[in-house]
Design a protein around this ligand. Structure first.
Ligand code: HOZ
Length: 445
């Protein structure tokens, strides 16, 4: 087990009384924020109970405001591939902080980060830095529409691309978790231009393009889905998406906000061997600070203002602190690629989950790619939203709380993938597996 210097003794969190400060903090927050949170994914709506409030994190460890410690399996929903407070990232932020927090004017540091992105992801020839994954996707879709002169986009049920209007249709993540995959406030006119298909259904894609291909600006997809739980694409599906967009003059946009720099330095596209026209990035690219990016073919990116006419802007785009954190993270990943280690630990985790479920006689479909994984409480196979949504959500809730009580912080929804970091040791993973086994046995006792 890792032993961070500031790790506190682990009081039994089995009872809500072990989280009294979190309870009080939540009561205060309820009066201040809608639902007591600043993003619904963290509200515990899908698992019941109250969210836990945190005060500190180090490596793979989280410390809540009551002093409980948890091995972290969400990593801030993806960014923390190097673990919390990695020294190189902390130093880079501290150094940047001594110069300025924002200029609203260009810096050389932004070019350094852009060079690292372009070196890492071969399909990206030019890039634009923004402040979040939502902004990256929203901008990439506008670019695809402006470039092709077409209005429609194709997305897949259960894929989540942030919260801009045109992708809040059949959306995954907290939109699916909290039962608003089609949010009120998204106009019928906007939703009409978003065509929704089932993931991993190449025939449906083929049929759609046969009938409406010349009105489609882009296909946007998660090349490995993390937002309906983890769903891996078939090569047939990915090849169809690539070929149909090429044939019909549409663009292929890979949303790699979760998978970028996570599954390989070149993201999911590096693993799958498919080259999109545009890629969106977030999470890891900002090293834990708010930063996103979109990029791709030079001829397409040159349509963005001021090189071209398609508008997109942002006061804090390329913010010096976020740029420093992202640069330090990508440099560390380039110099010490962790992907073999993450794959090895992922395989241990996956096999351990599978044998624990087998021993407890719990129906479970376990999906994994690298350091992302989901246990779906159902027989499976899970290959898209129609199958993902058949999972037993009350079982997931019991599983989640059983693990919280044992000091392991899993995603608070069946429809989110877990992430682990380079700082999770093999011993940490075995300690999680022991807790998973105990929890599953307790659930079925
Ligand atoms: N994009 C994150 C994973 N689905 C959730 C973050 C959030 O909505 O707070």
């Amino acid at each position: 087990m890792t032993t961070p210097s500031d790790r506190l003794p682990h009081p039994s969190a089995k009872h809500a009384s072990g989280r009294l400060r979190s309870h009080n903090a939540f009561q205060r927050a309820l009066a201040l924020f809608p639902g007591g949170v600043n993003s619904p994914a963290r509200a515990f709506g899908a698992v019941g109970g109250e969210p836990i409030f945190f005060s500190k994190a180090l490596g793979p460890w989280l410390t809540d405001i009551d002093g409980n410690q948890y091995l972290d399996y969400i990593g801030s929903w993806g960014p923390m591939i190097l673990g919390h407070r990695h020294p190189r990232v902390v130093d880079a932020i501290a150094t940047a902080l001594l110069s300025a927090t924002s200029y609203g004017a260009p810096t050389e540091a932004e070019s350094k980060l852009a060079e690292l992105i372009i070196q890492s992801v071969p399909s990206i020839e030019k890039v634009r830095l923004v402040s979040s994954g939502t902004e990256a996707i929203m901008s990439a879709i506008r670019l695809a529409r402006g470039f092709t002169g077409r209005d429609r986009i194709v997305k897949f049920a259960g894929n989540y691309h942030g919260h801009s209007d045109s992708v809040l249709v059949a959306a995954g993540s907290s939109a699916a978790t909290l039962g608003v995959p089609d949010s009120p406030g998204v106009t019928a006119g906007t939703a009409r231009d978003t065509l929704v298909l089932e993931y991993n259904d190449p025939q449906a894609l083929e049929d759609l393009f046969q009938s409406q291909g010349n009105s489609i600006a882009a296909i946007v997809l998660e090349p490995v889905v993390g937002n309906m739980g983890l769903v891996v694409p078939t090569m047939e599906f990915m090849a169809a998406a690539r070929q149909l967009t090429l044939t019909h003059g549409s663009l292929l946009i890979f949303d790699e906000v979760m998978t970028g720099f996570r599954l390989s330095l070149a993201g999911a596209q590096g693993v799958l061997g498919i080259k999109p026209d545009l890629t969106t990035l977030g999470k890891i690219v900002g090293g834990g600070l708010p930063l996103g990016a979109y990029g791709g073919r030079r001829d397409v990116m040159n349509h963005i203002l001021p090189a071209g006419k398609i508008f997109q802007a942002g006061t804090l785009s390329g913010n010096p602190l976020a740029t420093a954190a992202g640069t330090a993270t990508l440099e560390e990943l380039q110099e010490h690629p962790p992907y073999e280690l993450l794959e090895r630990h992922g395989a241990i985790l996956e096999n351990g989950f599978r044998s624990a479920a087998h021993e407890a006689r719990v129906a479970a479909w376990i999906a994994r790619k690298g350091s992302m994984m989901t246990i779906f409480f159902q027989e499976g196979p899970v290959n898209g939203w129609k199958t993902a949504c058949k999972s037993d959500l009350s079982r997931y809730s019991k599983f989640f709380w059983g693990l919280i009580d044992r000091g392991h912080y899993m995603p608070c929804s069946q429809y989110e993938a877990l992430f682990f970091s380079v700082t999770h040791t093999e011993a940490d993973i075995h300690s999680t597996l022991a807790a998973v086994r105990e929890t599953l046995l307790e659930m079925t006792a």
